[in-house]
Unconditional design. Structure first.
Length: 265
């Protein structure tokens, strides 16, 4: 298999590292197209690095488009010249729909995916959707590659990618915000910063694994922690009065709305 990755920021580099780590592609068969020279030295150990969209891209089985959405127009014309009909194009750009990709690149076999930042350490979740022109073999190839960065979920309806973007694409930032707020609260109560950091991070890690293995819903797990008249109940009185759940819902809905706006632009 031969793969080209156009744009090697955090996510493009995460794909390159995962593909090489699991032996899904050899260094000589992995082409990495970058705009600047800043990451060349760290990318050269993974594959063949270039600064141009040249004809060698046309020899790849899969082309991953990992540039920023605002840079798509700048690369579309040159990329369209080198793509071959038999190639699969995988885009991880937010807001650029499959029909728009197909039209701008004059290319039919297109997949659109939304990964999230934990893919950088092999613990991501990626939802993807395909154009109808892909064969089953091509779809399986894409899912296998996406699974190398964590887990992949196929969506039948591309419109659902806006909700995915809001929920899991932006989700790590919500989590980091809650973690930071809890650490700050601990420091405010007099704990040393390193103690507050350790308590909150291990609590988050342990709580996740408990949720994964306890075979109980989050609501049931909350009930198990919260005794009547206790400390957790006191905290939840504040969370309920401040409408934390409603705030998160409105925040995620706003992110979804923005994703939809970008898709229509």
């Amino acid at each position: 298999m031969k793969i080209s990755i156009i744009g090697c920021g955090n996510m493009g580099q995460a794909y390159a590292r995962s593909f090489r780590k699991y032996g899904l592609v050899q260094a000589e068969d992995l082409e990495l197209v970058i705009r600047g020279e800043g990451r060349r030295s760290q990318l050269e150990v993974l594959g063949q690095v270039s600064n141009a969209l040249n004809e060698s891209i046309g020899t790849s089985d899969l082309v991953i488009l990992a540039v920023k959405p605002q840079d798509f127009a700048a690369v579309a014309e040159d990329l369209a010249k080198v793509l071959r009909p038999s190639q699969v194009l995988l885009s991880i750009m937010a807001g650029i729909t499959i029909p728009r990709l197909q039209q701008a690149l004059e290319h039919k076999t297109v997949v659109r995916a939304m990964p999230n930042s934990p893919a950088q350490i092999g613990l991501g979740i990626t939802a993807y959707t395909t154009g109808t022109e892909l064969t089953m073999l091509q779809t399986v190839m894409v899912e296998q590659l996406l699974n190398s960065t964590g887990r992949a979920i196929h969506l039948a309806d591309e419109a659902h990618l806006d909700a995915v973007t809001a929920l899991s694409g932006s989700g790590p930032a919500y989590f980091f915000h809650i973690v930071q707020s809890m650490i700050d609260a601990g420091i405010g109560l007099g704990l040393a910063p390193h103690v507050a950091n350790a308590l909150v991070k291990q609590t988050m890690l342990g709580s996740y694994h408990l949720m994964e293995h306890a075979e109980r819903t989050p609501a049931e797990l909350i009930k198990a922690v919260m005794s009547k008249g206790g400390t957790t109940e006191a905290a939840f009185c504040v969370l309920s009065n401040e409408d934390l759940g409603g705030t998160l819902d409105r925040a995620i809905t706003a992110a979804c709305g923005r994703a939809t706006e970008l898709s229509g632009s």
